[in-house]
Design a protein around this ligand. Structure first.
Ligand code: SF4
Ligand code: SF4
Length: 301
């Protein structure tokens, strides 16, 4: 059983308790405009160009049998993605690691072997493996198999999800997790559709359904100025969440511009490049707002 994975991050400390191995699933049904991991959106592997590392030597261009790469008069490399076959020859040719491939097939055993390397850290810190992305629920068979194998080995598993999945699939996978990290973005359905590309009905229903399972949930709120930081949205979130028993914490995740450069590396525009992160005062005000409503709140994951 193979999955498409775009990164494995050892010793992660922001996506669940303790020290963790984050497994990034490639492919997501949402396309949030502020996405920090845009290389996780497409369900296909993608070439990423890092111009800041490029020495303009042209080795990659010469290595490409498909004439997918070219250089302009200043030596800047670009890729014609309609020609690229993802053969990886250019990655081999580049001595400066200025070209990378986002997304590779991995088997359950390969991921589990990576997790086993960190077992001592998991045990000492109360950590484990976090399935994240992208959207783990969009590769349900692989996610289920991986979670099952990790559980068999008594490795704690957190599932980081947008909640956008068929309810049956959602519950089947949620049951296998020790902790759910559930992204909650925008309560207004029309606005949710505008900024993420999908409606939020199924997401909210899935979040509600977790109450039946008895699995703890940390809600993750990406705080995006001008998108979801208004009182109306925050009040609606607080009202919705206060009706649920298993919400153990709200993580406020301030928007940052870490994903902007990645959009360019993938050859895509990012209209969020003009947005600025929220001020410290705003972040503190939102944290206080939820604390005053009786929630446990933390900045970051
Ligand atoms: S991955 Fe292969 S086809 Fe694509 S640009 Fe590189 S060498 Fe050319
Ligand atoms: S081989 Fe690497 S360093 Fe040379 S032009 Fe291509 S991307 Fe730049």
């Amino acid at each position: 059983m193979n999955g498409l994975i775009f990164d494995l991050k050892h010793y992660a400390v922001h996506d669940g308790p303790g020290i963790r191995l984050n497994v990034f699933f490639k492919g997501c049904p949402l396309h949030c405009l502020w996405c920090h991991n845009p290389e996780g959106i497409s369900f296909q592997p993608e070439l990423m160009l890092m111009p800041n590392r490029c020495a303009h030597c042209g080795d990659c261009v010469r290595s490409c049998r498909y004439e997918a790469l070219s250089q302009n008069s200043e030596g800047v490399v670009s890729v014609d993605r309609t020609r690229c076959t993802l053969c990886r020859d250019c990655l081999e040719a580049c001595q400066r690691e200025a070209i990378a491939m986002a997304g590779q097939e991995m088997s359950v055993d390969e991921v589990v072997n990576e997790a086993e390397k960190d077992r001592i850290f998991f045990e000492q810190s109360g950590g484990g493996v976090t399935l994240t992305g992208g959207e783990p629920l969009a590769q349900p068979a692989f996610a289920a198999s991986l979670m099952g194998e990790l559980k068999k080995r008594s490795i704690q598993v957190a599932l980081d999800t947008s909640g956008y999945a068929d309810p049956e699939v959602f519950l089947q996978l949620a049951k296998k997790a020790d902790l759910i990290l559930f992204d909650l973005k925008i309560m207004d359905n029309k606005k949710h559709r505008k900024y993420t590309g999908v409606a939020n009905d199924m997401i909210l229903d899935n979040l509600k359904s977790l109450d039946k399972l008895g699995i703890p949930v940390w809600v993750r709120l990406p705080l995006i100025p001008g998108v979801n930081d208004d009182v109306e949205n925050l009040e609606a979130m607080a009202n919705f969440l206060s009706g649920l028993k298993l919400i153990k914490m709200i993580n406020v995740l301030p928007y940052h511009k870490g994903g902007v450069e990645k959009f360019y590396r993938l050859g895509r525009d990012n209209e969020f490049a003009v947005y600025t992160p929220p001020s410290e005062d705003k972040v503190e005000a939102v944290i206080e707002f939820f604390k005053n409503k009786g929630f446990r709140v933390k900045k970051g994951g």
